[in-house]
Design a binder for this molecule. Structure first.
Ligand SMILES: *[C@@H]1O[C@H](CO)[C@@H](O)[C@H](O)[C@H]1NC(C)=O
Ligand SMILES: *[C@@H]1O[C@H](CO)[C@@H](O)[C@H](O)[C@H]1NC(C)=O
Ligand SMILES: *[C@@H]1O[C@H](CO)[C@@H](O)[C@H](O)[C@H]1NC(C)=O
Ligand SMILES: *[C@@H]1O[C@H](CO)[C@@H](O)[C@H](O)[C@H]1NC(C)=O
Length: 757
């Protein structure tokens, strides 16, 4: 017994000693040498290395390689380590020996890199595409299941241009096992990014020991859509455009923008019915003279392009009209009334007749998008400009033009296009109704010669300082859309002015959401979602978005254009599905006021309406086998559980022997008998409809009863067979079977004796 204990102690000690073995010297003179000196191997692939333990002729007792994987082959003092399939995430291998003379241990390590290219590289943009111009977006590259992460380099690309290369920022960068990591890069979107592909690439840089090129995995490419406000693409026209009458006029307002912008034209304060990119007048007349404004807009904003058209008289020499007129302050005949009439009368009668002749062709206005129509004539007849009245009635003489002299006195004849125009700071004003605001008008360049200048506004106070006018409003209570700053040049007498565009806004007083015709909905029917936005201005800047849960269904805007607060109802049709049951529907009204507006545009959300969708019952429980075969005495469970809204009710019919009337979704019999066999029907219904589920139940005999029956049958059979054999035996040996017969006879009645003899 004592001897055994000693053995145990010794074995434990040797175990401890061997487990602490690598107390070896990594710096001895004759170190083991590995070939190659560094190993890079893909996970799952074969590899090998050779360790030359010591110089030829050295004296070693023990030597080896320590590794959790692979096999060793020794040849002299050389060891070959081989792995068929690298399945361990090790990062080194140790080769050691014990010197026979000094008994010292010496070892060296082979650095190993076990790598695994990424399983998956996915790219995304946050918060979302499409992007908006000038906003910050985060590009995200998720690299899944790559090893070792410290060798990973992730490059973000814009088209073919590398935006930046990133390395892992993981704290545990030395992790040899596969990890997943997300890399991000922030960019500010520009409109040039529209349509450009963004993507990322994950590369393992494993050094010179790995076959080149290094493993690379690319993400899918994401084509960016960038929404940006319109920009004029067509060349900027001269200002003013001077054109000789009878010639064609083409105004090109072609702009780029995403989404594609829409175009609206205005002329002399009237919105023309044209919505085309290009505005064409086949043959121009004096009546067409004036200012043409093209508004190009999309959901991101709008620009306004102004074309000032001056029509040169055909009969006149190259001298410009203003110089020939008596009042030099006018540059445009259309806006002048009295002076221009005098001018025309002084020029000559032929010129008047010429105008009347050319006026008829000029009435056709051709736009690229809309069919040429005479609508322009009717619209141009309304403004109080003198020349226009002549176009509507071409035969009238010039004398009729003098009738509107009143317009000249009420609206001073001013030039919006003089060289030294008043300048507003800011260049566009967005102000909430009831809030204070201000703007500064620098009337003209320093040193200009003006004495008469002002701002025209129905509201606000003015402060003058040199040729600067400050307009201040403590409380904006007018729904104006512009402000005019003007001056009269003391030398030339020319009046010059410019307008400041003003948007007075008011967030909706109330946004209410409803569903028509009514909730609860019925599955598969069409319903109209309705969003009523009350008391909002300006309605043209309003955007209404319908939501289903957190998903935007559609964004709508109105065609209306009214500066004062109005109420507007927006609708959107949906077809209800049973998945809509319990989902919240709502709408949101937002005022998009452009870059000059508040940083976060005013948003008002409606209350949320939880939709109830009524639908007919649907089977929820799994379909049972048909027929259901059960052994007698076992329990029977019939599950008819169904979904439906409103929750359905259940009714059952049973075969023959009617059990208790059940109205539950599950029917249960503790112990089934033959009497329970037959067809069970479950009828599930709600107000939307009903379904019928049939269960066909068959009952097998009990196994134990069957076995007992079989045993009884077998015994009976044996008895019958035995008796039959006995009888036939008796008949065959009737005479020779005396002994047996006698013995039986001894125990039978005497009456049988005579028959036997
Ligand atoms: C990138 O943008 C996100 C969101 O705007 C921000 O949280 C993050 O700090 C930014 N990262 C860098 C490196 O600027
Ligand atoms: C309008 O300008 C655009 C852009 O410069 C040009 O592509 C287009 O052909 C022009 N249209 C007309 C009718 O001149
Ligand atoms: C929406 O549904 C209503 C009622 O069914 C119908 O009058 C209307 O035209 C539909 N609107 C659209 C845009 O389909
Ligand atoms: C019946 O089926 C439903 C739906 O599969 C299940 O949730 C329920 O637990 C079942 N009832 C019984 C008693 O098996």
């Amino acid at each position: 017994m004592f001897f055994h204990l000693i053995l145990l102690v010794i074995s434990v000690m040797t175990f401890l000693a061997s487990s602490h073995e690598p107390t070896c010297d990594q710096n001895c003179a004759d170190k083991p040498q590995f070939t190659p000196s560094r190993l890079v191997v893909q996970f799952g692939k074969p590899t090998s290395a050779l360790c030359s333990v010591c110089q030829p002729g050295c004296n070693v007792t023990t030597f080896g390689i320590e590794s959790p994987v692979g096999s060793l082959a020794k040849n002299g003092t050389e060891i070959t380590w081989r792995v068929k399939k690298m399945t361990e995430w090790i990062n080194s291998l140790s080769c050691y020996y014990t010197n026979g003379t000094t008994d010292e241990q010496c070892c060296s390590d082979l650095p190993i890199t076990v790598y695994k290219p990424p399983e998956n590289v996915s790219f995304s943009v946050h918060p979302d595409v499409p992007m908006s111009e000038g906003q910050q977006y985060t590009l995200q590259c998720e690299v899944r299941d790559v090893a070792p992460v410290k060798n990973l380099r992730v490059t973000f690309y814009r088209g073919q241009t590398a935006l930046g290369e990133l390395k892992s920022s993981k704290i545990k960068k030395d992790e040899p096992k596969p990890v997943s990591e997300v890399f991000t890069l922030n960019i500010t979107s520009t409109k040039e990014d529209d349509g450009v592909q963004f993507w990322c690439e994950a590369k393992l840089e494993l050094g010179a020991e790995v076959p080149q090129p290094p493993p690379v995995v690319e993400s899918e490419k994401l084509t960016a859509a960038v929404h940006y406000k319109p920009q004029l693409e067509a060349s900027v026209p001269p200002d003013p455009i001077i054109i000789t009458e009878g010639n064609p006029l083409t105004l090109n307002c072609s702009s780029v923008g995403n989404p594609s912008p829409s175009y609206t034209w205005r002329t002399s304060g009237i919105t023309s019915p044209s919505s085309g990119i290009v505005f064409i007048i086949k043959s121009i007349t004096h009546a067409d003279e004036g200012s043409y404004t093209c508004s190009v807009s999309n959901e991101k904003g709008s620009i306004t392009v102004e074309f000032n058209v001056t029509v040169q008289d055909l009969a006149l020499p190259s001298t410009t009209l203003p110089t020939t007129t008596s009042t030099p302050s006018t540059t445009m005949i259309t806006t002048t009334s009295t002076p221009s009439t005098t001018m025309i009368t002084t020029t000559s009668t032929p010129s008047t007749t010429m105008i009347t002749t050319t006026s008829t062709p000029s009435t056709t206005m051709i736009t690229t998008t809309s069919t040429p129509s005479t609508t322009m004539i009717t619209t141009t007849s309304t403004p109080p400009t003198t020349m226009i009245t002549t176009t509507s009635t071409p035969t009238t003489t010039k004398t009729t033009t003098t009738t509107t002299t009143t317009t000249t006195t009420t609206t001073p004849n001013r030039d919006q296009n003089c060289a030294d125009k008043p300048r507003f700071t800011p260049s566009r004003l967005v102000v909430q109704f009831g809030k204070p605001t201000s703007a500064l008008c620098s009337v003209c360049q320093p040193g200009c010669n003006v004495s008469l200048f002002d701002i025209e506004s129905p509201i606000g106070a003015l402060t003058k300082n040199g040729t600067e006018v400050t307009w201040t409003v403590n409380e904006m209570t007018e729904w104006i859309n512009s402000l005019s700053c003007y001056y009269t040049n003391d030398t030339t007498g020319v009046q010059c002015c410019s307008d400041l565009n003003i948007t007075v806004y008011k967030p909706p007083a109330n946004v209410s959401f409803s569903v028509h015709p009514d909730v609860p909905m019925s599955e598969g029917q069409q319903y109209t979602l309705q969003c009523e936005v009350r008391d909002v201005a300006p309605v043209e800047n309003l955007r209404v978005t319908f939501y289903r849960g957190q998903t935007a269904l559609v964004e709508l805007k109105t065609e209306k254009d009214e500066p004062k607060p109005v109420s507007e109802v927006f609708t959107w049709n949906i077809t209800s599905t049973k998945e809509d049951d319990g989902v919240q529907f709502w709408c949101e009204a937002k005022l998009e006021l452009g870059a000059e507006g508040p940083q976060t545009p005013p948003v008002v959300e409606s209350e949320k309406l939880t939709a109830a969708v009524l639908y007919k019952p649907q089977r929820e429980a799994s379909v049972p086998p048909d027929p259901i075969i059960l052994t007698k005495g076992n329990p029977l469970t019939l599950n008819c559980s169904s979904v439906g809204n409103p929750p359905p009710s259940y009714a059952w019919t049973f075969p023959s022997r009617t059990t208790s009337p059940s109205s539950g979704s599950v029917f249960f019999i503790n112990s089934i008998t033959h009497e329970d066999e037959g067809s069970y029907t479950c009828y599930v219904s709600n107000e939307k409809g009903s379904i019928t589920v049939e269960f066909d139940v068959k009952v097998k005999a009990d196994n134990l009863a069957l076995i007992i029956g079989l045993v009884v049958a077998a015994v009976l059979l044996a008895v019958i067979v035995g008796v039959a054999v006995f009888i036939s035996y008796h008949k065959y040996y009737k005479e020779g079977a005396y002994n047996l017969w006698d013995r039986i006879r001894l125990h039978t009645t005497h009456s049988s004796i005579p028959t036997a003899e």
